[in-house]
Ligand binder design. Sequence first.
Ligand SMILES: Nc1ncnc2c1ncn2[C@@H]1O[C@H](COP(=O)(O)OP(=O)(O)OP(=O)(O)O)[C@@H](O)[C@H]1O
Ligand SMILES: [Mg+2]
Length: 259
Amino acid sequence: MKAPARLIAIENVTKRYATSSGPVEALHDVSLAVGEGEFCTLIGPSGCGKSTLLGMLGGLVHPDRGRVLVDGQPVTGPDPRRVATVFQDPGLFPWRTALKNVEFGLELGGMPAERRRSIATELLGPLGLKGFAGKYPRELSGGMKQRVAIGRALAIDTKILLMDEPFGALDEQTRVLMGEWLLDIWRRTRKTVIFVTHSLHEALFLSTRVAVMTARPGRIKSVLDLSMDYPRSMESPELVALRAKLWGEIREESLRAMQ
Ligand SMILES: Nc1ncnc2c1ncn2[C@@H]1O[C@H](COP(=O)(O)OP(=O)(O)OP(=O)(O)O)[C@@H](O)[C@H]1O
Ligand SMILES: [Mg+2]
């Protein structure tokens, strides 16, 4: 099989933050390449630099050393034409309806009202929010709000979608359903997704690749290639074995992070 083109290249990236108690090294010499159409998940203990790495891909955080390339070009700042981000907190505008929230990025990009309304309206169907276009965030459940936030990111139709623990605040059942829903969306749009989670289930159910990070300073500890077909049965012997392997690695790093 032909290797996928490397859409994203993270090359020897190191990041230190200045804090009141001295510098904190968040990432140390991290390298990772992600091909077009991949669903790549970052997993690792709290504070190991996952959000920092996503921030770099989104152009919001700058590396001290090394570089981050998207489509062969160094990332120098946010580029909403190429990269959209979904944060853990849906961050919806409370004064805008679900539809108007989904439209937001298109409005910012100067798209005429009629066109952006039609794009956002069409998205509400697959988002499972068809009857909720006119509702305000306070009238939506947590899962619905998160879907609106994902809709806002999908509407601008970038090649790359960064997702930082998008389902972290949801209950387990909703979370599993949202994972199934996201898988369906990803398979239809074939976007390149970089996904951060603490959930082994999500990582194994969704990803083409899982990068395990070490305790801070974050490095790539191992990369797991998952070639099983979708949708995956989490009870299959292969996935049960991979889950045990992944948990072994994460457990070790999480224990180190707690020391
Ligand atoms: N703006 C900042 N200023 C100072 N320190 C920061 C800043 N952002 C992150 N850090 C520190 O850098 C380290 C990595 O943070 P980061 O948020 O990237 O971790 P994370 O892997 O996303 O953690 P979590 O799983 O808890 O979300 C942490 O020690 C954090 O305290
Ligand atoms: Mg984080």
